[in-house]
Design a protein around this ligand. Structure first.
Ligand code: AGP
Length: 599
């Protein structure tokens, strides 16, 4: 996935393009490029690396003119090189284009274009598009018509912004990857995310699939499949806190970890009010679809649903679900969870489920995202914009939403007494203060992390409600510190993985005083007996644990059903401090991007 930005107006384009694309570099930061149209000529500047390096290398002053496009890349086809970075140009240098998505049939198109004499300068799938348009222009002189003819030959997903040296504007097209048009005072913005043009306008509309926008002195939108003009509804986007920046924090990830008491309080209020608006048809099956961290939230949610609703839940990786021809019908409740609401696998899983008649409830953190538009009902988590690629506050908001969902509907079942449900509710109402207490103990966690940075591997172990938290803790560590970390059921250790245990394979156990505590102690003993180093996340006041663990991180007692929302906090901080010590780029880890809009 990549970030796309375009501008047409009366400002100096170069500096604006750099500013806009820098705000999108959470979407991918292998390389970046810019093209502007000035006095009938297109000028291109490109760089490899992150925007903070590129902005020093490129010559922004050369990016003159009132029309420009920009791109920040997360490579899918072709190595991270200058040649593969966007914008890509036609042979005659008259057309420049930036793309987010994947063209599935690019090889066959490339061979056809090579035979016609086109010369390619990159290994990318994207470059075939600009040569296709150039080729079509030889037949139909009209720029927009040539774009439409070229698109008819493409298979795959794309968000495109295209300029031509003889066209006083931009052409914008979308199939699959997100794209919005911002409407300023006699100026227009195009972007993958509203975040990039918010300082200039909060009025925008979403380009929907198969729509083409011609941006000249006005914006005209048409559906190129139906061949009809489209009137778009202009929305006012209010992204609270986006301009807040880092504040006193060194990284967005740490800031977002510390925002959790507040984001959970806001999410609690929002979801509690939304639950009253949800009217579910009768269903006989629950399936969840998600990716990455959101998947671990759904796995935790399945424990909540079984405990409070006595409902079995099929927890699916969206990427697997979408291709397995799932057994879904109109009696299936599908819960889709996604921070961004733009993850390609999760979107396609939702579409597959909808095709089969399922009712789609989504849990999403971006109100204007594609997933929200395509769901039957959406719970809007209130985590605010999450910039750190490693998800933290969005994850705990997802957990809270799933737990509140289960508790709300449990009220209507006669299996749980009111006092018990009230107890959980009170714990959740006090959760923000409990988390603040854990966050205040960061220095103990930092000290333990300092002794951990030399390890190359680690196991995260938990049971019951905390097994999914072990998986999520491992993901946090591996994605920002690059230490190979795996989550395991603590009980499963003896069925093979225990062969890994030696002094170089540290084990992080989540060993809270719950009904499986004694069992986890046995698992810890199995590790200790083989010389394994143990860090334990334990319940305040537990002295027994010190007989087993080399290091202990204490957290306050909460019921085991609420404990996932608390136990993840020290693991987030642990991963952060290890990565900090290792000098990793915490907010933009290598090879990753915040939104995975490609398969
Ligand atoms: C989480 O830390 C990762 N960045 C990644 O696994 C992420 O959770 C996954 O790509 C799903 O993203 P989504 O929630 O926006 O769908």
């Amino acid at each position: 996935m990549c970030g796309i930005f375009g501008y047409k107006g009366n400002k100096d384009t170069g500096a604006l393009l750099v500013e806009g694309i820098t705000k999108l570099d959470y979407r991918g930061y292998d390389s970046a490029g810019f093209a502007t149209l000035d006095k009938g000529k297109i000028h291109v500047e490109k760089g490899v690396g992150k925007m903070k390096e590129i902005s020093k290398k490129i010559n922004v002053k050369k990016l003159k003119g009132k029309i420009g496009i920009a791109h920040t890349r997360w490579s899918t086809h072709g190595k991270v090189t200058l040649e593969n970075s966007h914008p890509h140009m036609s042979c005659d240098g008259k057309i420049a284009l930036v793309h987010n998505g994947i063209i599935d049939n690019y090889q066959v198109l490339k061979e056809r274009l090579l035979k016609k004499g086109h010369t390619f300068t990159s290994e990318t799938d994207t470059e075939v598009i600009v040569h296709l348009i150039e080729d079509e222009m030889k037949k139909v002189k009209d720029f927009k018509k040539s774009v439409i003819k070229a698109l008819e030959q493409l298979k795959g997903m794309y968000a495109l912004v295209i300029i031509h040296q003889d066209y006083d504007g931009m052409i914008v097209v979308r199939r699959g990857s997100p794209l919005l048009v911002g409407l300023g005072e006699k100026e227009f913005f195009v972007s993958s995310d509203v975040i990039s043009f918010l300082p200039y306008t909060n009025k925008a509309f979403v380009i929907d699939d198969n729509e083409l926008a011609s941006i000249t002195t006005k914006v005209e939108v048409e559906n190129i499949v139906e061949g009809k003009k489209v009137k778009k509804k202009i929305q006012k986007f209010n992204i609270k806190g986006i301009q807040s920046g880092l504040g006193n924090f060194q990284h967005f990830m740490l800031k977002e970890i510390y925002e959790q008491p507040e984001t959970l309080r806001k999410t609690y209020a929002k979801i509690s009010s939304q639950l009253k608006q949800l009217h579910l048809k009768p269903f006989n099956r629950v399936v969840t679809v998600a990716c990455g961290t959101a998947y671990y939230a759904t796995l935790t949610g399945s424990y909540f649903f079984e405990k409070f609703l006595r409902l079995p839940v099929d927890v699916e990786y969206a990427s697997e679900f979408r291709y397995k021809n799932p057994v879904i019908d109109d009696k299936t409740l599908v819960i889709a969870v996604s921070q961004s609401g733009e993850t390609a696998d999760t979107l396609e899983a939702v579409r597959e489920a909808k095709k089969k008649g399922a009712f789609i409830v989504s849990i999403c953190n971006v109100a204007h995202s594609t997933m929200v538009r395509e769901s039957d009902f959406t719970f809007h988590t209130q985590a605010g914009v999450e910039i750190g690629v490693a998800s933290t506050k969005a994850f705990t908001s997802q957990l809270l939403t799933l737990l509140l969902f289960a508790l709300y509907f449990a009220k209507f079942k006669d299996e749980h007494n009111r006092e018990q449900l009230v107890m959980y509710t009170n714990e959740l109402l006090g959760l923000s203060d409990t988390i603040k207490k854990v966050l205040s103990g960061f220095s103990d966690i930092e000290k333990i992390a300092a002794k951990f940075t030399h390890y190359k591997h680690a196991l995260f172990l938990g049971r019951g409600f905390l097994y999914p938290i072990a998986l999520e803790g491992a993901l946090k560590l591996k994605e920002i510190s690059y230490i190979h970390a795996e989550g395991q059921s603590a009980a499963e250790l003896k069925h093979g993985p225990i062969a890994l245990i030696d002094k170089d394979m540290p084990c992080i156990f989540i060993a809270l005083k719950d009904k499986l505590y004694e069992k986890v102690l046995i698992n810890m003993e199995e590790v200790k007996a083989r010389g394994g180093k143990i860090i334990a996340i334990a319940t305040e006041g537990d002295t027994e644990i010190k007989k087993f663990a080399d290091e202990v991180i204490y957290i306050p007692h909460v019921s085991e059903e609420v404990s996932p929302l608390l136990a993840i906090i020290p693991l987030q901080l642990f991963a952060y401090f290890v990565a900090l010590r290792k000098g990793c780029d915490i907010d933009k880890p290598r090879n990753l991007a915040k939104v995975v809009t490609v398969e």
